[in-house]
Design a protein around this ligand. Sequence first.
Ligand SMILES: Cc1cc2nc3c(=O)[nH]c(=O)nc-3n(C[C@H](O)[C@H](O)[C@H](O)COP(=O)(O)OP(=O)(O)OC[C@H]3O[C@@H](n4cnc5c(N)ncnc54)[C@H](O)[C@@H]3O)c2cc1C
Length: 384
Amino acid sequence: MTLRSIFGEGGFSDSEIDRLVYSRDAGDLEGEAMAVVWPKDVKQLHALVGYAKRQDYNLVIRGAGTSLQGGCVPVKSIIVDMSKMNKVLEIGDDFIVVQAGAVLDELNHRLGDKIIPIKPFNHAVCTIGGMVAMNCRGMDVSKGRIGDYVMGVDVVDGTGKYMKLKNPTAKNFVGLEGTTGIIAHVKLKLVSKKEYRSFSIYNFNTLSSMMEKVEKFRGKEEIKSILFFDDLASAMLGFEEKNHIVVEFLGDKGVIKDVKEIERILSFKEVLYHKLRKSRFGQIEDPKIDSDKMAGFLYWLRKKSVPVYGHLCLGVVHPCFKEFSKLPTEMHELVETIKCENASDFGYGFKRKSFLKGEKKVKHKILKEQYDPKDLLNRGKVHE
Ligand SMILES: Cc1cc2nc3c(=O)[nH]c(=O)nc-3n(C[C@H](O)[C@H](O)[C@H](O)COP(=O)(O)OP(=O)(O)OC[C@H]3O[C@@H](n4cnc5c(N)ncnc54)[C@H](O)[C@@H]3O)c2cc1C
């Protein structure tokens, strides 16, 4: 049996151009692809893992390839492009079952008054499989992560076993960056588009006055999220050059209640992201900082003139650095020193595996040994 015979004409390529195109993802690392396959169903996935085991090949799974940390970068690997497994298998009143290569926006356009509420910036292209593998968080942070909506997954693991899993076992494939199994199908909970919330925007001349206000809001039941833009990020968004917070209230306590205006507010981060990239602030980080250390951390960034936005209830902030700057390394050292997390949202991939620590590292090792003991899937990623 060969890859060509498993996947047929149009389902397999080892051409130079395809191998080159698939040698990198949205990040800056580059690897070497041996071939690319486009599976259409679970039968082909199962045959592929059997083939890789026998021939001692490793497999790199790919959705839309928007991973920023080298999650889809091959190491003399066969690329498994999931884009042809993009069908909707079932739609119920409050759930949907899809193949993993289905694209988020295309699904939400089909769904009418229900939606999948996690919407990352790359919503127009990212796949459900990629989102689940990364346990993606969207722009609307009070909605949680995609893993909160996963009801079940069908997977082929690194031993070639096909499993139809419900929670809690399904979670062994959520946020594991494709290192435990190839997600073939996903069952997701849907939610109503109707909302009962409102927003208020506040601005501050100093970081300390802003943090005082944030402390007053923190822990209150009606506060769903606090989005923050420092003065540099605010200016890029076209606001006054001051620190801003956008506070989300459950119910109607906030000033802004109009649905269209709320949509505009929720798009601030997406607008900012594109402006930052245009101004060459291409390196966006995602540290998670304890609340008692946040003020000091933000002062440090401001002293270095690093624009930053983030979520003050979650403690997740996004400092934005100029490409090729050495400051991110300085920041990583600072975050280590103050005993906070360096990677909370954008995964570990190749680039950031030294950031995986403690309980998370132990859990990953156990799951890897259970589902992919020969390290066939996404080799060299996440763990050291
Ligand atoms: C412009 C831009 C904006 C982004 N915005 C956000 C954001 O707002 N929030 C956020 O959390 N992240 C964001 N990201 C990071 C990342 O793109 C997302 O996590 C996204 O969900 C990945 O989807 P994808 O289909 O491109 O997956 P890919 O990049 O193709 O894959 C991501 C990882 O998942 C694995 N994988 C893919 N499909 C499967 C599968 N079927 N089974 C098993 N493993 C699989 C891959 O091997 C890889 O390790 C952004 C990236 C870019 C470039």
